[in-house]
Ligand binder design. Sequence first.
Ligand code: ATP
Length: 263
Amino acid sequence: MTVLTTQDLVIDIPGRASGRPLTLRVAPGQRWGVLGPNGVGKTTLLHTLAGLRAPRAGRVHLDDTPLDALKRRTVAQRLAVVFQDRQDGFPATVLETAMIGRHPFLSPWRREGAEDLARTQQALAALSVDHLADRLVTTLSGGERQRVAIATALAQTPAVWLADEPTNHLDLHHQVAVMKLLRDQAERGAAVVMGLHDLNLAARWCDHLLLLFPDGQHCYGPAEAMLEPGALARLYGQPLTMARVDGAPVFVPADPALGDPHD
Ligand SMILES: Nc1ncnc2c1ncn2[C@@H]1O[C@H](COP(=O)(O)OP(=O)(O)OP(=O)(O)O)[C@@H](O)[C@H]1O
C-alpha cells in the first residue's frame, strides 16, 4: 500500500536540464530522508510533492488520486508541510498559529470547537511550547518558532508529513525530540518525508533514503543500503569516514592528512 507516489516526476529547477524522472512509492509507516548538496532541489521536490509547485513533467498521486485533481482542502486534510523558512505576516499568538493546523477540517460557517482546541493544545504540549500559547509568534526564538511550526503540522493530524529540515534551529535535545515525534507518527501509520542536511540524523532516524545528485540523477532505497561512504562522498563532493556508534552509522569528513579512504 502506498499513500504518496510519483510517476516519472521531473521537478522544475529553473535553468537546469531535466535529469532522470523519479518514480517513487512512499508507504504508510515509512520515514524517508531526502539528501543532497545545497541547491540540488530538496525543497523544490517537497513543494512539488505538496502540490505547491508544478512539476516540469510527470505526476504526484496522493492516495492513488492525482494531486492536481484534488481540492487544496482535501490535500490539507491528508498532508502537512513543515517549511524550511517562514515569514510571520501578522502578529498572531502561538495558539492561534498552531490552530491553523485545524483549518482544513473547519467549514466556512464553523469556527474551531473544543476538540480543535484540545488537539492544538496537545500538539503544543508535545513540542514543549504550550507555556508559550499566549505569546506572539513574532517574539519567539528560531527554535521555539520551529517547534510551533511542527506543532501546527501535528495539530493537522496528517497522513503524510513533508518536513523540510525539521531540525532547523533546534538544539540537540529538541532535534532528538522532533525525530522521536516523527518516528512515533510513522509508527502510528503516517508517512514521513524529510529534507535533511545532517547525514547522521538521516542515518539514525530514516528507514529509506533518496539521494539527489546535482546532475539530475537520483537513487533511493532502504537506508542501510544507501549509506555507502563512497556514494555519499560523491553526493557531497566530500570524502567521508564512517564509524558505528550504538549500531548506527556515523559519518565525519575524512581527514585529508590521512589520505582518501576510498583510494
Ligand atoms: N523561483 C526560483 N527562481 C530561480 N531559481 C530557483 C527558484 N527556486 C529555486 N531555484 C533554484 O533551484 C535550485 C534548487 O533549490 P532548492 O531550494 O530546491 O534546493 P535545496 O536542495 O533545497 O537547497 P538547500 O540545501 O540549499 O536548502 C537552486 O539552485 C535554486 O537557486
